[in-house]
Design a binder for this molecule. Sequence first.
Ligand SMILES: CC(C)(COP(=O)(O)OP(=O)(O)OC[C@H]1O[C@@H](n2cnc3c(N)ncnc32)[C@H](O)[C@@H]1OP(=O)(O)O)[C@@H](O)C(=O)NCCC(=O)NCCS
Length: 192
Amino acid sequence: MSASRNASIKHALGLKQILNHEISDTQLASHKATIGVALLYTVREFDEKDIETVLDIISEAFTDEISRGMPTPTAEKIIEGVKRSGFKWFVCETKERGVAGFLSMIEGGLEHPAQIHLVAVKSEYRRKGIGKALIKRAIEHAKNLRINKIKVFVRPWNTSMRKVCAELNLIPEAYLRKEFLNENLILYVAFL
Ligand SMILES: CC(C)(COP(=O)(O)OP(=O)(O)OC[C@H]1O[C@@H](n2cnc3c(N)ncnc32)[C@H](O)[C@@H]1OP(=O)(O)O)[C@@H](O)C(=O)NCCC(=O)NCCS
């Protein structure tokens, strides 16, 4: 390992100590994996001030779904949803450029598994571990609530999301035909 790479990792470890409550081990691991591009980020709960960025990410990431009839959530609906019990929203914030991705989930309960509802990362920040970090946070959250299963529906052609699922040990449980916007879906699950 080169001296400069070592120095970057030491720098990240120092920052972890300083920001102990903001950077978890999983996020640091992701950061170390992407140390080459020196992207430092943290996953935290959604705050109302994030709404504009989250709406921008939704319209960029779900252009196809929106054009085919998926209702676009409004700021009011999201803020109202965040406050409702049983729902949770997280954002991933980069040190320099603010919010780069978000995830919304249904927490589930005794009778139902948790469900990752929406997850998206701004296109310029993709493939840097942010999607995975958000999903790991959702899994941690479900585990803390003692939920024993988490699920997410993925369209078969969404190779990015399918790779993320596979790398996080979510397994395909069902193939659902014409389930969403007249398209097929794969149901991925993890047992927690
Ligand atoms: C799916 C999505 C959230 C993934 O976010 P991301 O931040 O790019 O994901 P990560 O960087 O954590 O990627 C993790 C792994 O997935 C794989 N991956 C991600 N994007 C990929 C791509 N475009 N092509 C191939 N592999 C990809 C890589 O193997 C990567 O692992 P590695 O970096 O360790 O090799 C993002 O692509 C996105 O916002 N897509 C549009 C919205 C969407 O489809 N949401 C999911 C709906 S179910």
